[in-house]
Design a protein around this ligand. Structure first.
Ligand SMILES: Cc1cc2nc3c(=O)[nH]c(=O)nc-3n(C[C@H](O)[C@H](O)[C@H](O)COP(=O)(O)OP(=O)(O)OC[C@H]3O[C@@H](n4cnc5c(N)ncnc54)[C@H](O)[C@@H]3O)c2cc1C
Length: 394
């Protein structure tokens, strides 16, 4: 062993966390609030992965009933606990999902009279005068809007670094620019030396090649690549809600298996093949600075190709301009990548008695990650069952 960093210069480590994305931070927070000594190892100089590239939507409404809905509700409370302490913005205005026509409206109606009632989704369907009252009638051209009252809006590029600072103030050690090359049986081999920790939680996002490569390869995981835009409206638009359209009903588990959503999906496939081809459904997130984050496209593969087709950005902008009723000017573009296509929406893998890996396989880590970290740490400490997406989902 080279140069032991764990016990000498940094003291005893109860929990080592690999990765400073939202999942790593969630586990660090859950361990630290239980009085454990925590060290986080992150290969980059700051969190630069999926957790700062996203829309910052904490979507409770979109989650399927059961475990994911429960995780999102619990995560929402944790975000609201952390926001004033770590000094980041968490808007509680909720989301507006606009049905642009009768087909999209049919999905919302079915959702309201079936699932929303049965499973206690906190939503309201706005039509007629209530729709017209929104933003001085700006959204009158839509058929209806589902107001997701529990959905939160974060600005991730600020919230994630603020969370790091807060955890540092609570005694969590952060080792940036430190790649973890191997982890197991209470040892971590890092680019800055070897470390001993009582327990290790690996939250390495969509990197399937550095740690536990054989096990992850056998799971046939994929990466999902997304086009992301930051834009400013060319006329005053003081938007405070996250915005979605009926297209999102074919994407999110709360709606996607409803019969009306299947009809909508078939219609999109036939009449809007480009949206289908690029996996596009519109999401718009207002930032605290009167700007809008716009996406959401999906291209899946073993690796995220670097090439971004202009057609995708054009389609996203057209959808956003029609939905918001305003012209937009793009001020920034980036590529987002997240882990996808696993055996469920996430996996909690027991690597050995002291090592656990927690990976998201769907694009909802900001919505469920804090609660997942809380439940995994609670289970590891108590010896109870770890959360299992396959077992607990329905
Ligand atoms: C464009 C986009 C939009 C999205 N929008 C939303 C949204 O609005 N709402 C929502 O709920 N979810 C959203 N998601 C999904 C969400 O962002 C992810 O599910 C979540 O961020 C995954 O968190 P993570 O910590 O697993 O991964 P990451 O944030 O990618 O973090 C993993 C970290 O591990 C580090 N790492 C990996 N291997 C090692 C190693 N061996 N040693 C040291 N460090 C290592 C990486 O450098 C990285 O910083 C979106 C994702 C994208 C890409």
């Amino acid at each position: 062993m080279r140069n032991m960093m764990g016990n000498s210069s940094h003291g005893h480590i109860d929990v080592a966390v690999v990765g400073a994305g939202i999942l790593g931070l969630a586990h660090a927070f859950a361990a630290s609030r239980r009085g454990l000594r925590v060290a986080v190892f992150e290969r980059s100089s700051a969190p630069l992965g999926a957790s700062i590239r996203n829309f910052g939507m904490v979507l409770v409404t979109g989650q399927p009933p059961g475990l994911m809905h429960a995780l999102a509700r619990q995560s929402r409370e944790l975000w609201l606990h952390l926001a004033p302490r770590a000094h980041f913005s968490a808007r509680e205005t909720g989301s507006l999902l606009f049905a642009r026509d009768a087909r999209e409206h049919a999905v919302l109606e079915e959702f309201m009279i079936t699932r929303a009632r049965q499973h206690g989704y906190d939503v309201s369907l706005l039509q007629g005068e209530r729709l017209a009252a929104l933003y001085n009638g700006r959204f009158r051209h839509h058929r209806s809007a589902l107001h997701g009252m529990r959905d939160l809006q974060l600005y991730s590029r600020e919230a994630i670094p603020a969370l790091v600072c807060y955890l540092q103030s609570q005694g969590v050690q952060f080792h940036f620019n430190t790649l973890v090359k191997e982890a197991g049986d209470g040892m971590l081999e890092t680019s800055a030396g070897d470390v001993h920790a009582e327990r290790t939680v690996v939250c390495s996002g969509h990197d399937y090649q550095t740690l536990f490569a054989d096990r992850l390869q056998a799971m046939q995981l994929k990466q999902c690549r997304l086009h992301m835009l930051r834009a400013v409206a060319q006329a005053p638009l003081p938007l405070t809600h996250a915005v979605l359209t009926g297209l999102s009903c074919t994407h999110y588990g709360a709606f996607a298996d409803l019969p009306a959503a299947a009809l909508l999906q078939a219609h999109i496939k036939e009449h809007s093949p480009a949206l289908q081809r690029h996996g596009i459904h519109l999401l718009v997130s207002p930032t605290p600075y009167q700007e809008l984050i716009i996406g959401d496209s999906h291209h899946y593969g073993n690796d995220a190709l670097p090439f971004q087709q202009e057609e995708v950005d054009t389609l996203l902008l057209q959808l956003a301009e029609h939905t918001l009723g305003v012209n937009l000017k793009v001020v920034e573009r980036w590529q987002g990548v997240y882990g996808a296509k696993g055996p469920g929406p996430f996996s909690v893998l027991s690597i050995d008695d002291q090592t656990t890996a927690v990976l998201m396989h769907s694009g909802v880590g900001m919505s469920v990650g804090l609660a997942l970290g809380e439940r995994v740490m609670a289970a590891l400490i108590s010896g109870n069952n770890l959360p299992d997406a396959a077992r607990d989902l329905f």
